[in-house]
Design a protein around this ligand. Structure first.
Ligand code: 5GP
Length: 131
C-alpha cells in the first residue's frame, strides 16, 4: 500500500507545498512541533533514509538545505534543526524545524495552527526558497 506521503506526491491527499523538484517535495507538517515545521521527502517511496541510493540521498540533502535557507528567512530562528525519525510514516522524510531554544525540539509538543495560517506560511516560505 502506498504511504501517505506517496499519496501526497500523487496529489491524492492535499498538502501545503513549499518546494518541489523532479525528485523531491517539501511541505508543511500537518501537526507542527514549531511554526514552520517542514518535511522534505524523496518522491520515490523508500522507508529508511539510509537505504536511499547515493544519488537520491545527496539530492534530498541538497534540496533540504535550500528549503532550510528559505525557511530561515521567513521563520526567525537561531538555526533550522534537522531530524530524521520515521517511526510514524514509512517514507523517508527530513524534518526541518526553526529553533530558538533546545526545548523547541520536542516531538511531544505541538503548536496550534489554522489552515489559513498554514496556507499563508507555506506561500511565504515557498517564495523565499531558491532551488
Ligand atoms: P515520523 O515518521 O518522523 O515519526 O513522523 C511523521 C511526521 O509526519 C509527523 O510529524 C506527522 O505530523 C507528519 N504527518 C503525518 N501524516 C501527515 C500528512 O498526511 N500530511 C502532513 N503534511 N504531515 C503528516
Amino acid at each position: 500500500m502506498a504511504s501517505i506521503f506517496s499519496k501526497i506526491v500523487a496529489g491524492e491527499i492535499p498538502c501545503y507545498k513549499v518546494a518541489e523538484t523532479d525528485d523531491c517535495l517539501a511541505f508543511l507538517d500537518i501537526n507542527p512541533v514549531v511554526k514552520g515545521h517542514v518535511l522534505c521527502i524523496p518522491k520515490k517511496e523508500v522507508d529508511y533514509i539510509f537505504d536511499l541510493d547515493d544519488e537520491l540521498f545527496i539530492k534530498l540533502h541538497l534540496f533540504s538545505r535550500q528549503v532550510a535557507r528559505g525557511l530561515k528567512k521567513v521563520c526567525p530562528c537561531i538555526k533550522v534543526a534537522t531530524a530524521v525519525v520515521g517511526i510514524d510514516v514509512p517514507h523517508t522524510h527530513i524534518h526541518l524545524m526553526p529553533l530558538n531554544k533546545p526545548s523547541d525540539l520536542n516531538f511531544t509538543h505541538h503548536v496550534e495552527v489554522t489552515p489559513e495560517e498554514q496556507k499563508a506560511l507555506a506561500a511565504q516560505i515557498a517564495a523565499a526558497i531558491e532551488l
